[in-house]
Design a protein around this ligand. Structure first.
Ligand SMILES: [Zn+2]
Length: 147
């Protein structure tokens, strides 16, 4: 992965995001504005604290993969989620949340099994998929939110 340049929507300054920082919530170096996660072609790793920061403020649709590191189907889904992050960069935010470490958000959305995919549009939960599914099915649901 390479460094990428994200223009701050607030002050217009160009921020360079190093490859190893692209899974964090990036902030503008000049004004501190949170940069739009969807502009970055990588999966955003969320936690209980960052969840609202990203999902609650995104102007783009957000897909969150609720997973657990010990779950086999979740590991199968991981490359699919990464593909989606590249394919939908600039159009949707693709994120994941480790439910074994972030139980506040997992409980809030009543996640009973993993993987569970939640789809948000205009900061509201609008769709979900429980269990591992093929990439085209997820794309179909995402595409419905882009229109
Ligand atoms: Zn700025």
């Amino acid at each position: 992965m390479n460094d990428i340049i994200v223009t701050c929507p607030s002050c217009g300054v160009k921020n360079r995001i190093p490859a190893d920082k692209q899974d964090r919530v990036p902030k503008c170096g000049r004004c501190g504005q949170v940069l739009p996660s969807g502009s970055i072609p990588t999966v955003v790793e969320l936690d209980d604290r960052k969840f609202d920061q990203v999902v609650g403020h995104s102007s783009l649709p957000v897909l969150v993969d609720f997973y657990s590191p010990t779950c086999g189907p979740c590991r199968m889904m991981a490359p699919v989620i990464e593909n989606l992050a590249r394919a939908y960069a600039g159009r949707a935010v693709i994120a994941k949340l480790d439910t074994s470490r972030n139980q506040v958000i997992a409980a809030k959305f009543q996640i009973r099994g993993v993987p569970t995919l939640l789809f948000f549009k205009s900061n509201k939960l609008v769709d979900q998929i429980v269990g591992a599914v093929p990439q085209p099915e997820i794309e179909q649901r995402l595409n419905a939110l882009l229109s």
